[in-house]
Design a protein around this ligand. Sequence first.
Ligand code: FAD
Ligand code: FMN
Length: 572
Amino acid sequence: MAPPVLAAQPIAPEQLAPLETVLRSATPDQLTWLAGYVAGFRAAGAPRPASVAPVPPRPRLTILYATESGNAEALANAARKAAQRQGFAPRLLDMADATPAMLTDAERLLVIASTWGEGDPPQRAEAFYAALVADTAPRLSGLRFAVLALGDRAYVNFCETGRRIDARLAALGAERLRPVNECDLDYATPARVWTEAVLDALAPPAEPGADVIRVDFARATPAADAPASPPAIITEKVRLNSSRSTAETWHLELSLEGTGLTYEPGDAIGIAARNDPALVAEILTASGRAGDAALAEALTDRYDITTLTPPMVAAYTALTGRAEGFAIAGRQVIDLLAEGAVPLTADQLTGLLRPLPPRLYSAASAPEAADAAVHLLVSAVRWESHGRRRSGVVSVDLADRRAVGAPLSVHVKPNPHFRLPAEPDRPIVMIGPGTGVAPFRGFMQRREATGASGRSWLFFGARQFTHDFLYQLEWQEWLRAGVLSRLDLAFSRDQPEKIYVQDRIREHGADLWRWLADGAAVYVCGDAKAMARDVHAALLDIIAAGLGKPPDDAAEWLRAAQRDGRYKRDVY
Ligand SMILES: Cc1cc2nc3c(=O)[nH]c(=O)nc-3n(C[C@H](O)[C@H](O)[C@H](O)COP(=O)(O)OP(=O)(O)OC[C@H]3O[C@@H](n4cnc5c(N)ncnc54)[C@H](O)[C@@H]3O)c2cc1C
Ligand SMILES: Cc1cc2nc3c(=O)[nH]c(=O)nc-3n(C[C@H](O)[C@H](O)[C@H](O)COP(=O)(O)O)c2cc1C
């Protein structure tokens, strides 16, 4: 007969069998000892059986980003990691690969979007954006969202894309969790704070007694915040235009030895800015702080002392009662301070200024051809407005004040969307007038070093053949060696009528169409305002002619090429 205590079966048969074996063979003394042992075991807090309550499903969260140069993408990745650690099941979506229909089953949405051109979405996000603002966009009620907008206050249409996406999501019935967060170039900290706050707001209420998981953002900071590496050294500096040219373009070689930095053709190099000491002195005088050495040092390396924005004018007026409604067009910080002519404390002055952002320059070399160095092609920016001669902060610092041997604080800004095709035999078409030709020199060096068999065609343009043909001998040598298959040139000022690369594209449209039909990848680099738009229009024309179809079909063809990574632009 079974002992009575075991008859009531709260224990499974497979647990019972070994227990019975022990109990049946035990002496009375052993049974007494075991009874005490079991009581003591329980009192000492033996592991209780695991709860059988079901684990609630992790809340789904969509993180959608629109990026051109990778900042929004890096933040979206950081947000994904943070969301994962906070217990969400995040889905990361690049707008380049998304449609608004993909949001209809989403409940929680974070959008991180930058603005480009003149208030436009990043190019790879254009199709998504167009579909979102179209009348045919789906209703999104049931969706809760928040938008982080990246931009640059130097542009009139500050954070336009993020603001429009925010307004459109709300118009489609989605619930806005908090107002759109507009970030300037120093976006790292505001983005981190925003992400934490939005994830907190979206998280389901915590179970009583549940552990609170804090997010370690320090591990997820984007490249812009990467710790500084040892400086690069300028080892070569040559002006490429002839002395009679109206343009001023510099070839620079920077040794990266000891920096630990590596790059790929297509990447850009960020250079820490340093302000012109003469302008720093003027700013100090205009704010009554001439001779303040500590402030001069801070203004030289840390603050943007040129870009003038409406919020800065408003803050200055609030502080001083002067310069109300000061018109900023064509003006800079010095004009405002000179107009107000009010003494400021150091804190008041720096409180008006934003941090000094670095500037990006395309790598004009491939590492295997440059021997632990990177080459840059820099156009010195100089102009005059409101009776003042003005200089681009970094380009003119490099041109006028940095000599061979000078250290430069640099970082690499990878551009995975502007790389050579993975297939070495794929033909490439490179359209790069002016400094836009820089990455293509790196492309040619890479293709030469790897013996890639794909054909390549360069469209280059500048003002005059004799004075401005950047890297002329190298292109001609590559052409002779067959690394470059074809070179078409547009020198705008060598004849009475202006000729640009887009004119050459149209002129050779039938040939170019054959290259495109053969699967060539097209790269465009350089001026964003006029060139990229005009080249785009020329490409549409030759595609429409090649297809024998109307412009809409050509636009769809080019959009598909863009989605497939066969139409890439790196324009600024
Ligand atoms: C991905 C990327 C790659 C780049 N690659 C290169 C490259 O390879 N080579 C290169 O030279 N540049 C390149 N640039 C541009 C470069 O980063 C800088 O923007 C450029 O050198 C100007 O910087 P700066 O500090 O000299 O001028 P800033 O001090 O930034 O001044 C430039 C600003 O001054 C104003 N300005 C300029 N000219 C005028 C004018 N005529 N009238 C009125 N206002 C004016 C405009 O607001 C302009 O934005 C690249 C940019 C990007 C984003
Ligand atoms: C050529 C160019 C055009 C830009 N146009 C704008 C603009 O119109 N409005 C704005 O707020 N920011 C503008 N920006 C700033 C970008 O939005 C900002 O650098 C942002 O951090 C880029 O993020 P991304 O790398 O994710 O694309 C522009 C930047 C460049 C280089």
